[in-house]
Design a protein around this ligand. Structure first.
Ligand code: NAD
Ligand code: MG
Length: 389
């Protein structure tokens, strides 16, 4: 029996993780559930899964959750510090990091500090502070098992292999809803349009990141840290069918891939059950349904976020942290129709130019760089054509 703390249980990954738990009541038990401000769903989940504790990050929602769960033996907490503390309880075995954005860093670091196994969906944690996170995980002998489908694929390809035998990893990208489009089209796209992903149904932020290809840029940085790779060892190929979830090329030229239907419950289940592979009855991949698997080079010129992210990865230091913070701000603004699709890249690039570069950041530097970047990016958002009219 594994006892889980599901951080971000009301999100796309969180709710799918709970489906995996429901299907495997003999393997998983929910110890902690947490949400930002979706109190209604958190209460419903608490009633169903009967955790030891829930955390509602938004303090204004605390009373509502507390009152609703009053008659049940469930502890209710609020605030960012509580999010970190519950991950450290003795009764927690595995922490699923499914909070979106920089907000997930603090609780993941706390869980590592306490020696918990980490199933990590929150890629921003590794983008912002990959060096620190992997260093702490090594110190504490903590396993970080990726939930992101590409990284789960790579992880699965590497089981039984010597990491020194990796020549490179190749992340597959669906290309998102605007594959093949050019700037003259992209200039006018709106959030509602960008949210329509062809192959995956996900939270709002990652859906926009998929449309701009920032998601693939973040994933390059995530892969670098997770698998201890050099910048040159991380490659991307566009594969619109999303059936090959990623590949590893070895020093003898052999390439392994992991395949399956695009269903996040698979990598979630794999990460939670690791080192076991457990059965399910989800729909199977039928090769006859995919007579053609295609591959193409990513369009770094049109989808500039991919190029900007790659540059930040190569630059290192606090550059990926700044990239991430600026991206979170502009994506949020784009979701509210306050900035245009193409403007997002300009604003991220300008923020990277503004924030002081730090070669070897420590924990406090990440906090400062994140805050500084958010301020600059917010200024750029205010000056956007769309905000003015
Ligand atoms: P989502 O927006 O659907 O859910 C986010 C969850 O985090 C919610 O439960 C929300 O309440 C919580 N949260 C948000 N801000 C918070 C804060 N400040 N403090 C505490 N909790 C907060 O997002 P998602 O799509 O489930 O993605 C979660 C993470 O997993 C992201 O980092 C994303 O990149 C990654 N990921 C998602 C998918 C997917 O298919 N959705 C795939 C791969 C990776
Ligand atoms: Mg992914």
């Amino acid at each position: 029996m594994k006892r889980l703390a599901i951080m971000g249980s009301t999100g796309s990954i969180g709710t799918q993780a709970l489906e995996v738990v429901s299907a495997n009541p003999d393997r998983f038990e929910v110890e902690v559930l947490s949400a930002n401000r979706n109190s209604e769903l958190l209460i419903e989940q608490a009633r169903k899964y009967n955790p030891n504790a829930v955390v509602i990050a938004d303090e204004s929602k605390y009373k509502e959750v507390k009152d609703a769960l009053q008659s049940l033996p469930i502890k209710v907490f609020t605030g960012e510090q509580s999010l970190a503390e519950v991950t450290q309880w003795d009764t927690v075995d595995t922490v699923l990091g499914a909070i979106v954005g920089f907000a997930g860093l603090h609780s993941t670091l706390a869980a590592i500090e306490a020696g918990k196994t980490i199933a990590l969906a929150n890629k921003e944690t590794l983008v912002v502070a990959g060096e620190l996170v992997m260093r702490k995980a090594a110190e504490k002998k903590v396993a970080i098992i990726p939930v992101d489908s590409e990284h789960s694929a790579i992880f699965q390809c590497l089981v039984g292999e010597n990491p020194d035998a990796i020549e490179k990893v190749i992340l597959t990208a669906s290309g998102g809803p605007f594959l093949g489009r050019k700037p003259n089209y992209l200039v006018n796209v709106k959030a509602s349009h960008a949210l329509q992903h062809p192959n995956w149904s996900m939270g709002a932020k990652i859906s926009i990141d998929s449309a701009t290809l920032m998601n693939k840029g973040l994933e390059m940085i995530e892969a670098k840290w997770l698998f201890g790779l050099t910048n040159e060892q991380v490659d991307v190929v566009v594969h619109p069918q999303s059936v090959i979830h990623s590949m590893v090329q070895f020093i003898d030229g052999s390439v392994k891939s992991q395949m399956g239907l695009p269903d996040m419950r698979l990598p979630i289940q794999y990460a939670l059950a690791f080192p076991h592979r457990i059965p399910n009855n989800y729909k199977r991949l039928e090769f006859k349904d995919y007579p053609k698997l295609t591959f193409e080079v990513a369009d770094y010129k049109t989808f500039r976020n991919l190029a900007i992210a790659k540059e930040a990865m190569i630059r290192g230091g606090n550059a990926p942290c700044v990239l991430n913070a600026a991206n979170e701000v502009v994506v949020n603004a784009f979701l509210q129709n306050k900035v245009g699709f193409l403007e997002m890249s300009d604003m991220i690039e300008k923020t990277l130019e503004k924030v002081t570069f730090i070669t070897s950041p420590e924990a406090e530097d990440y906090m400062k760089s994140d805050a500084e970047a958010r301020e600059y990016a917010a200024e750029f958002v205010k000056k956007s054509q769309l905000s003015i009219y």
